[in-house]
Design a protein around this ligand. Structure first.
Ligand SMILES: [Zn+2]
Length: 156
């Protein structure tokens, strides 16, 4: 059971690197900045022409969200949830979880030197949370990538 559980973070890491390879690390970094600074709509990736340096939505996504607010509350909350992944504090949360995981790994190793067996469940849970959040953000950042390709963005 423990062994099976430790496979979850490994599978998530593999999936993350599979996605990075698929989209390209430079595209990911590019769109992350574009979306964070409001150069592209953070939902559908459409190029925006504003200079407010804030997370922004295009007209049609803005309309969709206001419709969801009334008609589909679950979808509306999901949009609000997705927005958190572009927040400044998201990276702090990521680092915090990573530090906790590393601390948990060191503690497990140290304790094993004294023949005290600590379950790896805590470490695996932390790592699973970390990699789920990281992978989910990658998916959000690359959302709409095909619709507006990298080259189109450069040209406009
Ligand atoms: Zn949009």
């Amino acid at each position: 059971m423990n062994l099976l559980y430790s496979l979850i973070p490994i599978l998530l890491i593999l999936y993350y690197f599979f996605l990075i390879k698929k989209y390209g690390m430079s595209n990911y970094a590019h769109f992350l900045i574009q979306k964070k600074t409001g150069s592209n709509c953070f939902k559908c990736c459409e190029k925006l022409h504003n200079k407010n340096y804030k997370l922004s939505l295009c007209k049609s996504c803005e309309r969709d969200i206001s419709v969801d607010r009334v008609l589909n509350h679950r979808k509306f909350l999901m949009s609000k949830f997705d927005e958190l992944f572009f927040n400044k504090n998201f990276e702090n949360l990521q680092s915090f979880i990573l530090y906790l995981s590393v601390g948990s790994i060191i503690l497990t190793i140290l304790m094993s030197l004294f023949q005290v067996d600590i379950s790896t469940i805590y470490t695996n849970t932390l790592l699973s949370i970390y990699w789920s959040l990281t992978t989910y953000r990658l998916k959000l950042v690359m959302n709409g990538y095909k619709k507006s390709s990298h080259n189109d963005n450069e040209r406009i």
